[in-house]
Each structure stands twice: as C-alpha cells, then as structure tokens.
Design a protein around this ligand. Structure first.
Ligand code: BGP
Length: 486
C-alpha cells in the first residue's frame, strides 16, 4: 500500500463567490428581489461583537421593501460582477484557476420563484459567464441556492416552512440542468445548516413571524433535504456524469477540557450543528440521535409519504463544506469568554489567535474536519470556502501587502496536504473568496477576503477598479506548482 504524498494531478484549485454578494444589478433584466437585497449595512458596526450582523425582523424587512435605492443595501450593488465578469474571470485565469465556484441568483431566473417559465435574460447572463469560463478552461462549480431565495417566496409562502417550495426549487434546478448541461459540478444549497443558525438567509424564516420558530426551522430544512435529493436525481438523469454535493458550514468543535461531560457536549454539538445535515444528505436517512433531540423538545417534523425513499434515492456524490474557524464545547460555560464566528459565536480557545472579526484561526482544525468527514462518509470531499476576512490597506504604489492572508492560506493548505497523506479523498479547494465582495453577515465591503482588491468603500463609493494583492501572485505559484510551493 502506497501512501499518497501530494495533491493529485487533477486537483481542482480555485476560488469562490456568491451571486448576492458579488453580482449587483439587483433590479436589472427582470431580476426580482431576493433575501440578500434586504440586509442593510450597519454604520455603527462593532466588528468584534459576538452577533455583529443585523438580525432581520419584520420591521427591518418592511423598511427595506419601501426603500428601493441601493445605498443602504450593499448586496444590491455587490462589486458589479454582472458587468465586470469578463475582467474578473480573466484575472482568475491569470492566477491559474482550475475551478470557479459561483452561485446562480434564483430571482434572476424566477423573479418571484413561483412562475412556470423562467426569465430568459437571467438565463442568458449565466450562458455568458459559463462561456467565459470555458474560454479560459476553468471548470464551473455551481451553487444552486446561496442565501438569496426570491423574497416573494418569503412574503407570500412563508419561506421553506411551506412544502410548496420544494416544487419551485425543483423547477428552478431542472431549468438550470437543462440549460447548463455542460456543468459537471453542482451544490444544491450553500451551508444548509444555516437553516437553523441563520434562518432568514437560509430558509426565509423570521423569528417574529413564527409561533414555533425552532420547530419550523427543522420543518424548513426537511423540505430543503427533499428538494436537494430530488435535484440530485434530476441532475444525474439530465447530465450523465454530473457530481452533486451537499454543503455545510463546518463548525469544528473541541471539548474545552478532558472532563467527560465536556467531551459529551462536544459530541452533541457536532451532531446537532454539523452531522445531522451531512448524515441525511450523504447517507440518505435521519440519524437516530435526532429522534431524542426532537422528542425532548417536542418538535414535530412532518414527513410525507415517499419522503424516506426520496432521501435514500438522492444521496450526494461528494460532501463539501466551508471552513473558517473552530469553537469549543463546554458543559460548564459560565466562566468562558465568548468570541464571534461564522453564523454562530462560541467560546474562546486560549490556544488560538483570531481574525479582526474574532473568528478563531485554526488550520489543524481543517485536517481534523477532513479526517472526520471522510471517515464518516467515505465520499470525496470538497473544501468550497476557506479564508480570512481582513482590513486590507492599499499603499501609495497601489500595492496590497496581505501577508496575513498568505499565512492563513499557507497553513491551511499544509493541513490539506497532511489530510491527503492521511488518506482523505479531496477533490478540490475553492478559497473564500476569489475577489473582494460584500460580506454576507455584515454587508461591509471592508471585510475583504479576495486575491483581487476591489476599490469600493462600505458606502458604495469607489472606482470599482480591480487590483492584484500580493496573495494573487502567491496563489498563482501555489496552483502552478500543484501545492508544492507554499
Ligand atoms: C459563509 C457564506 C459566504 C461568506 C462567508 C464569509 O457563511 O457562505 O457567503 O460570505 O461565510 O462570511 P462573511 O462574509 O460574513 O464574513
């Protein structure tokens, strides 16, 4: 038996973006409003606060729908990828990207979400994006739904709690599979565990509109599981050889101490925050630990006839996840200091440093996660988001010396390499993000993740010029050497 030493020859190196944070053009060519378009920018943001994002409630949502300007809602203008995609894709090609992960804006294709026929202008836009990628030999990895469901489905159907959304989603997915039949890699839902941890952008649910909010979140994600399983089957039927993945925000968690109670808390946190979502989609059935979880909370999740068979028939081909940080689990958290994180906050780990936003940086946690997920499912894995949000500075010569970003990526890629030696089957790596875009949680521009700097401020002012950061040249060498030169 030979140990694998390096990244495989066909390893998919690249970067990622999402429609609602990058495209802009929120009201052009027939596009309808999406949940992303109503997230305001908070001028008094406290970057280190545990929950620094705006929790959308009735009031914020009503105000956003009255204000159809772009100023206060940065996701409405993004980085204008809609008009800059050629230039941006050329930059990705210059870095040597083998793959580019992007999402399709559902409300560009079905502006309300419940129409019977799609919006041709919306479809045509992605024809152009895909043609551009093909020209540069870049493999597309398409997320069907990335935090931007049509707002109409929230207002008129109550979001994913309503079972009708399965049909709307399946119609949308089928439209994409038929039109973009050359696309081989698909992800059905971005961070499907956001259904419980960031419910408005995940499943279109508002706390102040629901009597049984937590139960509704689980009913909503059940509908997403079914929609995803149906989409997997459709993709296989319509695009032979296609590979469809599930995707979670991976909340890596360690026991705070060796106290058995802390270890048990870690096991539960892992089950409820991570594994429930991948277990259903990769194994095709609800894990037994959820029976107790639901029973103890008196949650009723309604299954319709045929749901079990649908889940079984629609298991995914690969498991993908975002990885930014890790947290700790404690049975006695009273004396622990809190810190922020992706979608959820948690407790501080004294062994780790954190980003300017308080997200704890933990490269070894990536190796731990890859091992855990591969051991559990024995399916190929894909890291589809990994990166660090930082306040980049442009110097007088127009240079951006983002060495902290290079360090972050280097250390994570080293751990990916270790995982490959550990035997993990890793398909690829799309960093977050390929280019600076509007932040998902805070709608800031200054929380930058890209290899390419976009000259735009938090208030939307700026030239939109694209500048290569130091990390751009570094990543180019990483890809060229297939992960050897770090
Ligand atoms: C994930 C999302 C992305 C993204 C990233 C970074 O949760 O899938 O859309 O933006 O996190 O988060 P943020 O932009 O809030 O820093």
């Amino acid at each position: 038996m030979n140990m694998k030493n390096n990244f495989p020859e066909n390893f998919l190196w690249g970067g990622a973006i999402a429609a609602s944070q990058a495209e802009g053009a929120f009201n052009q060519d027939g596009r309808g409003l999406s949940v992303g378009d109503v997230t305001p920018y908070n001028k008094n943001l406290n970057r280190k606060a545990i929950n620094n994002h705006k929790i959308i409630n009735n009031e914020i949502l009503a105000a956003a729908q009255k204000d159809l300007s772009a100023e206060n809602y940065p996701k409405r203008y993004g980085i204008d990828f809609y008009h800059h995609y050629k230039e941006d894709i050329a930059l990705f090609a210059e870095m040597g990207f083998k793959v580019f992960r992007f999402s399709i804006s559902w409300s560009r294709i079905f502006p309300q979400g419940d129409e019977l026929t799609p919006n041709e202008a919306g479809l045509a836009f992605y024809d152009s994006v895909l043609a551009e990628l093909e020209k540069h030999n870049i493999e597309p990895l398409v997320t069907i739904s990335h935090f931007d469901m049509p707002l109409y489905l929230v207002e008129h159907y109550g979001g994913w709690k309503n079972r009708k959304l399965i049909d709307f989603y399946v119609r949308y997915a089928e439209t994409l599979f038929k039109r973009y039949s050359k696309v081989k890699y698909w992800i059905t839902f971005n961070e499907i565990n956001a259904s419980v941890f960031s419910t408005f952008k995940g499943v279109g649910l508002l706390k102040d509109r629901s009597e049984h909010f937590e139960q509704d979140c689980f009913q909503a994600v059940h509908h997403q599981f079914i929609a995803s399983a149906l989409a997997v089957q459709l993709a296989h039927e319509l695009i032979p050889g296609s590979q469809v993945g599930c995707m979670i925000a991976r909340f890596t968690t360690y026991a705070a101490t060796s106290k058995p109670e802390d270890v048990m808390k870690m096991v539960h946190d892992d089950q409820y925050r991570n594994f429930f979502f991948t277990d259903v989609q990769a194994r095709g059935y609800y894990p037994s630990y959820m029976e107790r979880y639901f029973a103890e909370r008196d949650f009723q999740v309604t299954f319709e006839k045929g749901d079990e068979a649908t889940l079984q028939a629609g298991t995914v081909d690969f498991v993908s996840f975002s990885y930014y940080m890790s947290l700790i689990s404690s049975s006695d958290p009273e004396h622990l200091e809190q810190t922020a994180g992706n979608l959820v906050g948690g407790f501080k780990n004294p062994h780790l440093k954190a980003s300017d936003w308080g997200w704890q940086i933990d490269p070894i946690g990536l190796r731990y996660s890859l091992n855990q997920l591969y051991d559990r499912y024995q399916k190929p894995l894909f890291i589809v988001e990994n990166g660090v949000g930082a306040l980049d500075q442009v110097d007088e010569n127009g240079q951006i010396h983002d060495d902290y970003r290079i360090d972050y990526f280097r250390e994570h890629i080293q751990q990916m390499k270790e995982s490959i030696k550990d035997g993990v089957d890793l398909l690829g790596y799309t960093t977050w993000s390929a280019i600076d875009i509007v932040s998902s949680s805070t709608s800031e521009m200054s929380k930058r993740y890209g290899f390419v700097y976009v000259d735009q401020n938090d208030d939307g002012s700026g030239t939109l010029n694209r500048l290569k950061k130091n990390s751009f040249h570094w990543y180019q060498r990483v890809i060229e050497s297939n992960g050897e030169e770090l």
